[in-house]
Design a protein around this ligand. Sequence first.
Ligand code: GA4
Length: 320
Amino acid sequence: MLAPSPAHFSTRKSPAFRIPTIDMSLDRYLVCHEIVQACEEYGFFKLVNHGIPDHVISSMEEESYGFFSKPAREKQEAGPPSPFGYGCKSIGLKGDMGELEYILLEAKPASISRRSTTMSTDPNKFSNVVSEYVQTVKDLSCEVLDLMAQGLQLTDKSLSCLIKDDDNDSCFRVNHYPPLERTTSCPVVGFGEHCDPQILTVLRSNHVGGLQICSKDNRWISVPPHPAEFCVLVGDVLQVLTNKRFNSVRHRVLANSNQQSRISMMYFGAPSPTASLSPLQHTVSPHRPRIYRTFTWGEYKKAVYSGRLGDRRLEFLELA
Ligand code: GA4
């Protein structure tokens, strides 16, 4: 069990707080503006009226339940999780632990298809369902990045081109948090606090809660679960590209003892390992001098994967 640090541990709900929610069916200009505001304030927002068909979501959820309900020995055949496969409790390579099991996949149809043979008795179906979900959420991510670019007055596709690159390093993860066997009076952390290193994360969960985001004033805010909504999380690379106008959001997941399993699925949009990254023009000005040096995603990923989950890692990219 991971004990939360007392200084950070507050589940108080602020009555004034409302999770930013973007209705994608509204006027584009308004949507761009709201997205930029949410990314500046929280690095996080929810999306409604996103246009993703119900069947794409429900099939993905069914395949996830199907996989996680298999006997442990069969699931282990799809492991270990590094770089891709099945993982149970252990997160990353440096000893972090969580109250979950998960699948980690490369977000590419050919790779999904290869992995499916170890994950399902009907690999074709599994592969088609996962690939369709990933492609649909990738398209949504590109649309969101284009809206962000417009809101920031950047050139049109300056953000989405990074994850559209054939050599993009995006990945897909499905987490399963089984209900805790013991009842506890204090909350237990299911997935420890961290920021996602990529450009952005698009997350969807079933009806079971647990996700919390950290506000600028260090309060943990619970995100109400909604199976038909998507959450967008700003990642470290987007923080760099926007010269810290947007902040990557620290988040964590609390385990629950209410007899219900939480399933969440995340698409992590990442650039090519060789992509050269630095604050984009227009985000740098005499008022807002450049904060980060140029680096490649490959270089940053290597540093991230050799650290602990909760590390604050962007500091080493800051210019002196
Ligand atoms: C956090 C975001 C994604 O889930 C992930 C995670 C990765 C892993 O589970 O292997 C990491 C974590 C994540 C950041 C720090 C390192 C790497 C575990 C860990 C301790 C797949 C990712 O890209 O970075």
